[in-house]
Structures are given as structure tokens and as C-alpha cells.
Write a protein that binds this ligand. Structure first.
Ligand SMILES: [Fe+2]
Ligand SMILES: [Fe+2]
Length: 172
């Protein structure tokens, strides 16, 4: 067994092999390092530009919103698989919010409550919309980031949200 560390969320994964994605924040394998080689972005504290602060604040709101929407969708899901999948997505988005707070040096806000549809099919369509919006915003925020760790963060997140679209498309 070994300890691997995700450089995006900073969490440790203990296992025989490096996972293909971080089980906590969903970042792809390239961001997961052997424990003794990891340099998580959340401990490289730096002064943030005003633009990065603004983009991180927008990200925090998006992620807290997505967390609440996915918890609602989990509650409405018609099968155990869909319920469990949305609960996992909700946790991943909450983890993204938590990383934003670490980068900004602020306390984590409370979770919200949001509404969603009663039907899985409508919720899948809504999920794709949310994730497409997040993906394109994070690609833009990565380009706008002057700070290396903020750029890496948004690059990793844009990939995670794009992976969520691929996941949902399996159900359409
Ligand atoms: Fe992670
Ligand atoms: Fe997210």
C-alpha cells in the first residue's frame, strides 16, 4: 500500500496503485503524485490578483450551487445508481468549493438548498447545461490567471467538469 496525494485538493489516497482520477475532487491522474513528491496547490499561498479573486468567488458560488442542485437530484433519482452518482457529484463539487476557500484563505460557506426537476431525464439535461457552463468558464479563468497555482486549479477543474458531461451522456 502507498500514499498518493492529489495536488489539486491536497487529499491523500491510500491504495496499491494511483487511481485514474482523484476520488475526492475528480482531478485526472496527472495531478496525483507519490506522497513524497506532491506539492499541492493549496499550500502554495500567494497574493491573488483582483481578477483571480473575482473568478474564484464566481467559482465558489457555482460550486455551492451545483452541490445543492445535485443533492436535490439525488433525492429525486429513480434508481439507486442515479442517486449514488448524484451524491458523489455533490461531494465532488463541495470539494471544489473547499479548494477555492483554501486558495482564497477564507472560511467555507454553508451549503445551500436548491430546487430541481422530478424526472431524471430533465435533471440530466440540466446537469449537462451546468457542467458545460462551468467547463467553459474554467477554461477562460485558467487563461486569465496570472498565478501558476490558480491556472493549474482552473485547468484541472475544467477537465473534471468536462468529465462529468461525459458521465451524464452515458445516461442520455
Ligand atoms: Fe483531488
Ligand atoms: Fe466543480
Amino acid at each position: 500500500m502507498q500514499t498518493y496525494i492529489c495536488e489539486i485538493c491536497g487529499d491523500a489516497y491510500i491504495g496499491e496503485e494511483k487511481p485514474s482520477e482523484c476520488p475526492f475532487c475528480g482531478s485526472r491522474r496527472a495531478f496525483i503524485k507519490n506522497g513524497n513528491e506532491a506539492n499541492p496547490i493549496t499550500i502554495q499561498l500567494i497574493e491573488l490578483s483582483d481578477l483571480s479573486k473575482k473568478n474564484l468567488q464566481a467559482t465558489l458560488e457555482l460550486e455551492i450551487h451545483a452541490n445543492a442542485v445535485y443533492l436535490c437530484m439525488a433525492g429525486k433519482a429513480k434508481t439507486y445508481e442515479i442517486k449514488a452518482m448524484y451524491k458523489r457529484l455533490a461531494k465532488v463539487e463541495l470539494e471544489h468549493a473547499s479548494v477555492v476557500c483554501k486558495l482564497m484563505g477564507i472560511a467555507a460557506p454553508g451549503q445551500k438548498v436548491e430546487l430541481c426537476n422530478d424526472e431524471d431525464a430533465e435533471n440530466f439535461a440540466e446537469t449537462v447545461k451546468l457542467e458545460e457552463n462551468a467547463t467553459s468558464l474554467y477554461v477562460q479563468f485558467a487563461k486569465e490567471a496570472a498565478e501558476k497555482n490558480v491556472r493549474i486549479f482552473f485547468t484541472a477543474l475544467s477537465q473534471v467538469e468536462a468529465d462529468h458531461i461525459k458521465l451524464i451522456k452515458n445516461y442520455l
